[in-house]
Design a protein around this ligand. Structure first.
Ligand SMILES: [Zn+2]
Length: 200
């Protein structure tokens, strides 16, 4: 049965075994001219260098003109590293799960709203963000909502985190179009890694 309105992406598996990954990619490509190809079985506990190595190995194996979807990856630095290795699409629970745990992604790294230092902080979560949470509410108020178990606090942090990632990927797209992705990526990775709360 043919579904014109839906795009079926097969999933390349193979863990962190180079030969299995290569075999899976080639077998899948041999079956059909797929509208896109997903990469599964990564971001499941392996080291980041192992994940990056698999993406690099798959880069020449996947069709250049079709989107590649890396499943289950959603931290800012991983998105940038993924795009750097040819990935086009992502999905992940990270922005909403982190939001529910009181953590916000920001352009200065992760911010844990539970910390006492934000109690009377009038600044938004991220001064460069134009989301509904940052344009209306202070860190102090968001912390108050979180500490008071008000569900709105979790929703606002989740909303900010999703908005942050979408904006980050818009920035990546603009940098690629301007042929400036490498410097854009290095700058962002440095910023995210140097942040004091980046390990939160
Ligand atoms: Zn925001």
């Amino acid at each position: 049965m043919k579904h014109e309105s839906q795009a079926l992406f097969p999933i390349v598996q193979g863990g962190i075994h180079p030969q299995l990954r290569r075999d899976a990619a080639r077998a899948i490509r041999g079956m059909h001219d797929w509208p896109g190809i997903a990469i599964g079985g990564l971001s499941v506990g392996e080291s980041k260098p192992d994940m990056y190595a698999m993406l690099e190995l798959l880069h020449p194996e996947l069709p250049y003109e079709r989107p590649r979807y890396l499943m289950g990856v959603g931290f800012p630095e991983d998105l940038i590293e993924g795009v750097r290795r040819g990935v086009d699409l992502f999905d992940c629970v990270a922005p909403t799960r982190m939001g529910r745990n009181g953590t916000a992604f920001t352009s200065a790294g992760r911010l844990n709203i539970k910390r006492a230092e934000y109690r009377t902080d009038d600044r938004p979560l991220d001064e460069s963000c134009d989301c509904a949470a940052c344009s209306r509410f202070s860190r102090g108020y968001l912390r108050h909502l979180y500490i008071s178990d008000e569900i709105l606090g979790l929703r606002l942090l989740s909303l900010h985190n999703v908005h942050f990632l979408v904006s980050l990927m818009r920035g990546a797209r603009n940098a690629i179009t301007a042929d400036a992705f490498d410097s854009w990526a290095s700058e962002w990775l440095q910023r995210l890694a140097s942040a004091p709360e980046s390990q939160t």
